[in-house]
Design a binder for this molecule. Structure first.
Ligand SMILES: C[S@@+](CC[C@H](N)C(=O)[O-])C[C@H]1O[C@@H](n2cnc3c(N)ncnc32)[C@H](O)[C@@H]1O
Length: 358
């Protein structure tokens, strides 16, 4: 599928990416230097540094911090605007392509009657206009936007999180795998590639995401079975899968829905099955400034559940569901990349194993 933007919009999008790189590589190290100097001078306690009000009282008055956050918001809005405007002249052609029947291994099953949860229908995650389900091109828009959002630092194929996940998954003979909240799905191709004999299923709430994901998977010879379902309550029978995983999903749903997803994963896993969830690190594993900066997304980047997710007792929810649970760190290329304001970090993979036969 032809996904190029018009030249002028691509040029403007490149400029937006340049702005993001500038914020991350030039402004944020300066914010950090000033912050470190202030901390060394005033010697606040660790408890104070972990207190959002205390941190806000210092940082929110700092003109450099204010400028960096203002530009971050502006760059995010400009990014989506340029992607959407740059696709507009090709919209009818792309929409028609997405509707074409696909003659390739794998499948797509949509459910127009599926109820969208309020937390999903009422928000625009990362400020993406129309969220993941209201614009027919949401999947294409997401893929192009996220590449800029992450400054092309999630691996050349955008799949470094998938590789990170594979590196920590228990080596088992998985026969059926489910990816919950798959979005365009490409970031998890490494999981499909690592277990080529397994039947690979993927679900999402957003029909436009799934149409695009199916199209893209067929183009890239990945025989994935896509279905429109809610990860909180799927239609799969008990014990159907050997591996259920998600990435960058659970921080986008309220705590109650996180718990529902964990319980549902437990229900549809066979005894001995694995549930793996990959996310950015929890606040308490980051230094106080990085944690405070990361929390900014909760209020200003369309991530209303970000804070609650990063502070909840997720492994406790796993154990309550019946899993044996542990937190595993997975190497992150992004976590060492220049321009990443959080310094070095590893992905957090909450790994659950359903007790029973292997
Ligand atoms: C931030 S995107 C991540 C997509 C993909 N996992 C990735 O890493 O590129 C979150 C995805 O989860 C989907 N989603 C959100 N809530 C969901 C739910 N309750 N059930 C299934 N999918 C959900 C969204 O439609 C979106 O495609």
């Amino acid at each position: 599928m032809e996904m190029r933007l018009t030249r002028s919009h691509q040029a403007r999008l490149d400029m937006v990416e340049g702005l993001k790189v500038f914020i991350g590589s030039n402004m944020m190290p300066e914010v950090r230097r000033e912050f470190d100097a202030w901390r060394d001078r005033t010697k606040p306690s660790e408890t104070e540094l972990r207190d959002r009000k205390f941190m806000a009282n210092h940082l929110e008055r700092d003109p450099l911090y204010q400028a960096s956050r203002g530009l971050q918001r502006l760059s995010q809005e400009a990014m989506w605007r340029e992607v959407i405007a740059g696709l507009e002249s090709r919209r009818p052609e792309i929409e028609a392509t997405l509707e074409l029947p696909i003659d390739a291994p794998g499948s797509l099953s949509l459910n127009p009657d599926l109820e969208m949860p309020h937390y999903y229908d009422s928000n625009e995650f990362h400020l993406q206009p129309g969220n993941f389900h209201r614009d027919d091109l949401a999947g294409v828009i997401y893929e192009l936007g996220v590449a800029t959002y992450t400054m092309h630092r999630y691996g050349s194929a955008g799949d470094e999180m998938g590789r990170a996940l594979v590196s920590v998954l228990p080596k088992k003979d998985y026969r059926r795998i489910l990816y919950i909240g798959c979005g365009p799905a490409y970031k998890a191709y490494p999981v499909a590639d690592a277990f080529p004999d397994a039947e690979f299923h993927a679900i999402d709430l957003g029909a436009p995401m799934l149409k695009f994901a199916r199209h893209r998977a067929a183009e890239h010879n990945r025989p994935i079975h896509f279905k429109q379902m809610n990860g909180e309550a799927t239609d799969y029978p008990d014990g159907y899968f050997d591996l259920v995983f998600c990435k960058l999903l659970l921080h986008e749903v309220p705590t109650k829905a996180v718990v529902n997803c964990v319980n549902e994963a437990h229900r549809i896993l066979a005894p001995g099955g694995v549930f793996a969830n990959l996310e950015l690190p929890s606040y308490d594993s980051l230094d106080p400034l990085s944690a405070y900066l990361m929390d900014w997304d909760t209020l200003h980047n369309g991530e209303p559940y970000w804070r609650a997710y990063h502070e909840m007792d997720l492994l406790g929810a796993y154990r309550d569901a019946g899993f044996e649970a542990e937190l595993i760190e997975a190497h992150s290329e992004w976590g060492g990349a220049k321009g990443n304001y959080m310094g070095r970090f590893a992905y957090h993979v909450s790994m659950g194993q359903k007790p029973g036969a292997d």
